[in-house]
Design a protein around this ligand. Sequence first.
Ligand code: 5GP
Ligand code: ZN
Length: 119
Amino acid sequence: RGSENVTDCLFCKIVSGEVPSNKVLETDDVLAFHDIRPQAPVHVLVIPKKHIPSAHHIEASDAAALLHIHEAAQKVAEELGIAENGYRLVTNIGFHGQQTVAHLHYHVLGGRQLQWPPG
Ligand code: 5GP
Ligand code: ZN
Protein backbone atom coordinates (compact mmCIF):
# COMPACT_ATOMS: atom_id res chain seq x y z
CA ARG A 1 0.00 0.00 0.00
CA GLY A 2 1.82 3.10 -1.24
CA SER A 3 5.12 1.34 -0.67
CA GLU A 4 6.22 2.17 -4.22
CA ASN A 5 6.46 5.81 -3.10
CA VAL A 6 8.28 5.40 0.19
CA THR A 7 11.81 5.93 -1.11
CA ASP A 8 10.76 9.20 -2.76
CA CYS A 9 8.56 10.41 0.08
CA LEU A 10 9.65 13.70 1.65
CA PHE A 11 8.05 12.95 5.01
CA CYS A 12 9.55 9.43 5.13
CA LYS A 13 12.90 11.20 4.66
CA ILE A 14 12.04 13.52 7.55
CA VAL A 15 11.21 10.45 9.66
CA SER A 16 14.55 8.83 8.79
CA GLY A 17 16.46 12.08 9.33
CA GLU A 18 17.68 12.23 5.73
CA VAL A 19 15.82 15.56 5.47
CA PRO A 20 16.19 17.77 8.56
CA SER A 21 13.17 19.12 10.44
CA ASN A 22 12.43 21.24 13.47
CA LYS A 23 10.91 18.58 15.71
CA VAL A 24 8.37 19.31 18.42
CA LEU A 25 7.91 15.77 19.67
CA GLU A 26 8.63 12.20 18.68
CA THR A 27 7.30 8.84 19.84
CA ASP A 28 7.72 5.27 18.60
CA ASP A 29 5.18 5.74 15.83
CA VAL A 30 4.52 9.49 15.52
CA LEU A 31 6.54 12.60 14.67
CA ALA A 32 5.54 16.28 15.05
CA PHE A 33 7.58 19.05 13.43
CA HIS A 34 7.16 22.69 12.47
CA ASP A 35 5.80 23.38 8.98
CA ILE A 36 8.47 25.00 6.79
CA ARG A 37 5.93 27.61 5.55
CA PRO A 38 3.79 28.40 8.60
CA GLN A 39 0.27 29.68 7.84
CA ALA A 40 -0.39 30.68 11.46
CA PRO A 41 1.69 31.61 14.54
CA VAL A 42 1.68 27.89 15.36
CA HIS A 43 1.75 25.49 12.41
CA VAL A 44 2.95 22.00 13.22
CA LEU A 45 2.60 18.82 11.17
CA VAL A 46 1.85 15.54 12.96
CA ILE A 47 2.57 12.39 10.95
CA PRO A 48 2.67 8.64 11.44
CA LYS A 49 6.19 7.29 10.96
CA LYS A 50 4.66 4.59 8.81
CA HIS A 51 4.01 5.64 5.21
CA ILE A 52 0.26 6.04 4.71
CA PRO A 53 -0.51 8.05 1.53
CA SER A 54 -3.48 9.96 2.96
CA ALA A 55 -6.44 9.70 5.32
CA HIS A 56 -8.26 8.02 2.45
CA HIS A 57 -5.87 5.07 2.88
CA ILE A 58 -6.28 4.52 6.62
CA GLU A 59 -7.05 0.93 7.62
CA ALA A 60 -8.19 -0.72 10.85
CA SER A 61 -4.60 -1.75 11.62
CA ASP A 62 -3.68 1.97 11.76
CA ALA A 63 -6.01 2.59 14.72
CA ALA A 64 -3.30 2.83 17.38
CA ALA A 65 -1.19 5.22 15.30
CA LEU A 66 -4.22 7.44 14.76
CA LEU A 67 -4.88 7.65 18.48
CA HIS A 68 -1.22 8.49 19.01
CA ILE A 69 -1.46 11.23 16.36
CA HIS A 70 -4.37 12.79 18.28
CA GLU A 71 -2.48 12.47 21.57
CA ALA A 72 0.55 14.12 19.95
CA ALA A 73 -1.60 16.96 18.55
CA GLN A 74 -3.02 17.57 22.03
CA LYS A 75 0.48 17.66 23.50
CA VAL A 76 1.75 20.00 20.77
CA ALA A 77 -1.18 22.37 21.37
CA GLU A 78 -0.57 22.34 25.13
CA GLU A 79 3.19 22.80 24.87
CA LEU A 80 2.98 25.58 22.28
CA GLY A 81 0.27 27.40 24.24
CA ILE A 82 -2.64 27.28 21.78
CA ALA A 83 -4.88 24.75 23.51
CA GLU A 84 -6.71 27.22 25.71
CA ASN A 85 -7.96 29.42 22.85
CA GLY A 86 -8.53 26.54 20.48
CA TYR A 87 -6.91 25.44 17.29
CA ARG A 88 -7.49 23.50 14.11
CA LEU A 89 -6.50 19.92 13.27
CA VAL A 90 -6.88 19.29 9.55
CA THR A 91 -5.76 16.82 6.92
CA ASN A 92 -5.92 17.44 3.17
CA ILE A 93 -6.68 14.61 0.76
CA GLY A 94 -5.72 14.45 -2.91
CA PHE A 95 -5.84 17.05 -5.66
CA HIS A 96 -9.02 18.95 -4.79
CA GLY A 97 -8.07 18.75 -1.14
CA GLN A 98 -4.74 20.44 -2.02
CA GLN A 99 -2.65 17.67 -0.51
CA THR A 100 0.90 18.36 -1.70
CA VAL A 101 2.82 15.69 0.24
CA ALA A 102 1.52 12.12 -0.20
CA HIS A 103 2.26 10.98 3.35
CA LEU A 104 -0.59 11.33 5.84
CA HIS A 105 -0.16 14.49 7.91
CA TYR A 106 -2.34 16.54 10.20
CA HIS A 107 -1.86 20.29 10.37
CA VAL A 108 -2.05 21.76 13.87
CA LEU A 109 -2.87 25.44 13.30
CA GLY A 110 -3.40 28.06 15.97
CA GLY A 111 -2.33 31.24 17.66
CA ARG A 112 -4.77 33.43 15.71
CA GLN A 113 -8.46 33.45 14.80
CA LEU A 114 -8.82 31.05 11.87
CA GLN A 115 -11.41 31.43 9.11
CA TRP A 116 -14.07 28.93 8.07
CA PRO A 117 -14.72 27.69 5.44
CA PRO A 118 -11.08 27.56 4.30
CA GLY A 119 -11.99 28.14 0.62
P1 5GP B 1 -0.41 19.68 2.40
O1 5GP B 1 -0.43 20.82 1.41
O2 5GP B 1 0.00 18.39 1.73
O3 5GP B 1 -1.65 19.54 3.21
O4 5GP B 1 0.70 20.04 3.46
C1 5GP B 1 2.07 19.87 3.22
C2 5GP B 1 2.79 20.82 4.13
O5 5GP B 1 4.14 20.43 4.18
C3 5GP B 1 2.76 22.27 3.66
O6 5GP B 1 2.15 23.08 4.65
C4 5GP B 1 4.23 22.62 3.44
O7 5GP B 1 4.55 23.93 3.83
C5 5GP B 1 4.94 21.59 4.29
N1 5GP B 1 6.25 21.23 3.81
C6 5GP B 1 6.62 20.97 2.52
N2 5GP B 1 7.91 20.63 2.46
C7 5GP B 1 8.38 20.67 3.75
C8 5GP B 1 9.67 20.41 4.32
O8 5GP B 1 10.64 20.08 3.66
N3 5GP B 1 9.77 20.56 5.68
C9 5GP B 1 8.70 20.93 6.45
N4 5GP B 1 8.93 21.04 7.77
N5 5GP B 1 7.49 21.17 5.93
C10 5GP B 1 7.33 21.04 4.60
ZN1 ZN C 1 6.11 8.63 3.43
